[in-house]
Design a protein around this ligand. Structure first.
Ligand SMILES: NC(=O)c1ccc[n+]([C@@H]2O[C@H](COP(=O)([O-])OP(=O)(O)OC[C@H]3O[C@@H](n4cnc5c(N)ncnc54)[C@H](OP(=O)(O)O)[C@@H]3O)[C@@H](O)[C@H]2O)c1
Length: 383
């Protein structure tokens, strides 16, 4: 029996993880769960799964949960408690599914404690990739990717990476794939969040529409698989059936396919190196009308280009890119800036922020805060 701690349990990945666990209750126990402020969502989870701990970031929400939760669950509040459940001696596996840079500290706690980290929070690698990989090597922590593309590559590389030429991350192109660039200035947050294939949280849905999500994934892949950005390509595949490609020097190309449902990657991260049922329907290629592939339009998807620029600049630039993107996406969701302003704010922040070595988690967080301030100064002046 493995004890699972789910950070970000009320979110899209958190709920899918609970769905997979519910199918294998003889193998996994939900040991601890967390959310930001959705105490009702967390209460529901506590009633169904009876975890030992439930952590909320918001104090008022934690008080409400305390009053309502079954007695076997201890309710805690704040960042230290989040780190404590991630590194708890009884935690075996940690699902890192908090959205954004808020997830990095708990991922690092899990890594320090040598846990299996099922990594959905790509920001942990984007902000502190080298630090996290080194920490995991030292402690013996396993990092199993949950992003579907990285899970695909991880699965394709199970036979080894000898002769690897390059990898190709597939990208759906998001809801605006066929919308001309000139029409993008007027798109709304609800249109941006209406993804054709995947049901995801709002932030990652907007990232998918700008293709910053793919940019962050290129950075994530460079750390996970130890590749240069020149060895990582992006290819648009609107159907999201092929989850990425690995090219080898003998002309072979390996790939992993499946319906667009995150439970496949989540299930694999839980059961690795075995496989288990996940609830995902079997793919029937005769029922798929076609599988299309094309190169991304870098003018339209400026955020993807900026992510490659950030890798080329190196040092703190990926962290700065991510912070500016989080600020810009939040402003877009609140109707404070327009869709095309997101890339402009990130570009200006990358130019203005200092490029510095980040060799501790503290320096990463300081750079994150500084970049947020710089990005914030461009909100409302993004023309
Ligand atoms: N969704 C997908 O299909 C998908 C696929 C691949 C990778 N990912 C990655 O997985 C992560 C989670 O994505 P998601 O779509 O599941 O997000 P989501 O649906 O927005 O859920 C986010 C979760 O994080 C919690 N949270 C938000 N802000 C927090 C903070 N400041 N401190 C602590 N907890 C906080 C939320 O709690 P509340 O509910 O209380 O707000 C919620 O439980 C992201 O890094 C994303 O890039 C997602």
């Amino acid at each position: 029996m493995k004890n699972i701690t789910i950070l970000g349990a009320t979110g899209s990945i958190g709920l899918s993880t609970l769905n997979v666990i519910s199918r294998h209750l003889n193998e996994y126990r939900v040991f601890a769960v967390s959310a930001h402020s959705d105490w009702k969502g967390l209460l529901n989870i506590c009633k169904n799964h009876r975890p030992s701990f439930a952590v909320l970031m918001d104090e008022a929400a934690a008080e409400k949960l305390k009053q309502a939760v079954p007695s076997e669950t201890e309710v805690l509040c704040g960042k230290d408690s989040l780190n404590a459940i991630a590194s708890h001696k009884n935690t075996d596996f940690v699902m890192a599914a908090i959205v954004g840079s808020a997830g990095i500290s708990s991922t690092f706690s899990a890594a320090k404690a040598g846990k299996r980290i099922m990594l959905a929070n790509k920001e942990s690698l984007v902000l502190g990739g080298t630090l996290l990989i080194n920490l995991a090597k030292k402690s013996g922590a396993e990092i199993i990717p949950v992003d579907s593309e990285h899970s695909a590559i991880f699965q394709c590389l199970k036979g080894g990476s000898d002769g690897l030429n390059k990898i190709q991350l597939t990208a759906s192109g998001g809801p605006f794939l066929d919308v001309p660039f000139d029409e993008l200035h007027s798109v709304t947050p609800s249109q941006a969040c209406d993804h054709p294939n995947w049901k995801m949280g709002k932030k990652i849905s907007v990232d998918s529409a700008t293709m910053m999500n793919k940019g962050l994934e290129v950075i994530e892949a460079s750390f996970l698989f130890g590749l240069a950005s020149s060895e990582i390509e992006v290819i648009v595949h609107p159907q999201s059936i092929v989850h990425s490609f690995v090219y080898f020097n003998d002309g072979s190309v390996l790939s992993q396919l499946g319906l667009p449902d995150m439970r496949s990657a989540i299930s694999y991260a839980l059961s690795y190196p075995r496989r288990q049922s996940s609830g995902v329907k079997e793919l029937d290629l005769t029922k798929e009308s076609s599988l299309d592939f094309r190169s991304p339009d870098m003018k339209k998807y400026k955020c993807l280009e900026l992510a490659y620029d950030a890798i080329a600049i190196g040092k703190s630039a990926p962290c700065t890119l991510n912070a500016a993107n989080e600020v810009a996406v939040e402003a877009f969701l609140q109707n404070k800036v327009r869709f095309l302003d997101i890339a402009k704010i990130i570009e200006k922040t990358l130019k203005e922020a200092p490029t510095q070595h980040l060799d501790t988690l503290e320096s990463v967080m300081e750079n994150d805060q500084l970049s947020r301030k710089i990005a914030q100064s461009f909100i409302g002046s993004s023309d």
